[in-house]
Write a protein that binds this ligand. Structure first.
Ligand SMILES: CC(C)(COP(=O)(O)OP(=O)(O)OC[C@H]1O[C@@H](n2cnc3c(N)ncnc32)[C@H](O)[C@@H]1OP(=O)(O)O)[C@@H](O)C(=O)NCCC(=O)NCCS
Length: 157
């Protein structure tokens, strides 16, 4: 649980009974590129993945997902999504901090992600949180759309 924006926001692990809300977040935030129910189910139940969902007292705030690769000591952000009406209030950064805490707890020494090159809000979020662009992945999203690979070291510097 966290208090930010003068509102109490509850963030907790997602469970299968959150499926309708997770699907609503996917639809609102990713449109045609949303995860379907099967993918969301797998992210909830498969070892190594963690999913989170957040609400405030009045509404659904968003979700965040991560994969911990314990063999290589690294974590990969799967997604961060804040409902359109809630954006710009610090929720995305709070989700990111939550995922970084979980990555540290899982023993990861770095955390990475792929982000669409045109996704300025997300790229800014990561750049202002200490992530560096390490590469460009051609056609990562298909239809000629490239991704940036970004990464941040974790733990004592
Ligand atoms: C990216 C996303 C998660 C950001 O969530 P948010 O709650 O609006 O972000 P925050 O309010 O925490 O803002 C954190 C930082 O992100 C950046 N940012 C957020 N919105 C921005 C915008 N519209 N334009 C430029 N930068 C922006 C800023 O650096 C901001 O820091 P600042 O407020 O100190 O300037 C949200 O826009 C979203 O859900 N987008 C759709 C899904 C998506 O693309 N997810 C990321 C890829 S997995």
């Amino acid at each position: 649980m966290g208090v930010w924006n003068e509102q109490i926001v509850h963030i907790r692990k997602a469970v299968l009974t959150d499926m309708d809300e997770l699907l609503a977040i996917e639809q609102a935030c990713f449109g045609n590129e949303r995860f379907d129910q099967l993918v969301l189910r797998n992210v909830i139940v498969t070892e190594g993945f963690e999913s989170f969902i957040a609400h405030d007292d009045a509404q659904l705030v968003g979700s965040a997902m991560i994969y911990h690769d314990k063999n290589h000591g690294e974590s990969r952000i799967v997604s961060i999504a804040v409902m359109p009406g809630r954006r710009g209030k610090g929720d995305g950064r709070r989700f990111l901090e939550c995922l970084e805490e979980r990555a540290l707890y899982a023993g990861s020494h770095r955390i990475g992600l792929e982000v669409r090159m045109t996704n300025v809000p997300a790229i800014n979020l990561y750049l202002t949180s200490g992530y560096e662009v390490l590469g460009r992945i051609h056609n990562y999203f298909g239809m000629g759309q490239d991704a940036l690979y970004m990464e941040k070291p974790l733990g004592p510097m």
